[in-house]
Ligand binder design. Structure first.
Ligand code: HEM
Ligand code: HEM
Length: 182
């Protein structure tokens, strides 16, 4: 089943969910390594990969949200208290928000620093803003701040998924896993 139903996630949603998780792991690794390197060729290469993967995440996030809007969404289990349902939705909004805000703040940061952004050396993206020190410092703080917000939201999200599986013993985790028909 490619599309979602009101009970289950389809293959496209699952593929996009897990592909983005894998890319985010890559992205944190490259970001932390790149930020820690002294100025030089190696830093430039690592951060250029980081930027390309970040733009790929932005493109996949656009696809993901478009696909979600075009499809039904599986309902949360009826046994979940209303407050928990609201917390789940709020966490999802923060997660989706970060998938857009992180790449965009990174892109603004690079443009403000007068570094162009290329997509795996295939083509160059336009600068989002003109060069400027204040904007660079501001967007860099936003970018780094968002990395911690995303990390915190993702940890809460993973803890919730594990609680559904091992404590509530419902189908919420199973229905997002690949190769399992729910
Ligand atoms: C979802 C996508 C992204 C994630 C999760 C992410 C994550 C990170 C992380 C964890 C760091 C290290 C921060 C630190 O110093 O603690 C970082 C740094 C950086 N990111 Fe991203 N990033 C993303 C997208 C982008 C994009 C699209 C660009 C540019 C087009 C970008 C440009 C940079 C730059 C230039 C740095 C180095 C900052 C510095 O040390 O001066 N990032 N990012
Ligand atoms: C940083 C990594 C992650 C991000 C950004 C992320 C993002 C999201 C988002 C935005 C949704 C909401 C789907 C929607 O209602 O449109 C979702 C659903 C889900 N995620 Fe994640 N996720 C991440 C990691 C994980 C991990 C590691 C697990 C498993 C332990 C997981 C398990 C699930 C499950 C089970 C659902 C389905 C919830 C439901 O059926 O209502 N996620 N994820």
């Amino acid at each position: 089943m490619l599309g979602n139903s009101t009970q289950a996630w389809g293959s496209i949603s699952k593929l996009l969910h897990w592909l983005i998780v894998a890319l985010l792991l890559t992205q944190y690794t490259l970001g932390w390594i790149g930020a820690g390197l002294p100025i030089g060729m190696e830093k430039l290469v690592v951060l250029s990969r980081h930027k390309s993967f970040g733009i790929l995440i932005l493109a996949l996030a656009v696809l993901r949200v478009t696909w979600r809007l075009l499809n039904p969404t599986p309902a949360l289990p009826a046994h979940m208290p209303a407050l928990q349902q609201r917390l789940a939705r709020a966490t999802h909004v923060v997660l989706y928000g970060c998938l857009f805000a992180l790449p965009l703040s990174g892109w603004v940061m690079s443009s403000a620093r007068n570094f162009s952004v290329s997509f795996f050396n295939l083509f160059q993206l336009p600068d989002l803003v003109g060069p400027g020190d204040t904007l660079y410092v501001f967007s860099r703080s936003v970018h780094v701040g968002l990395t911690w917000i995303l990390l915190a939201a993702a940890l809460l999200h993973v803890a919730a998924a594990l609680k559904h599986h091992f404590i509530d013993r419902d189908m919420v985790l199973r229905r997002m896993l690949p190769f399992i028909r729910s």
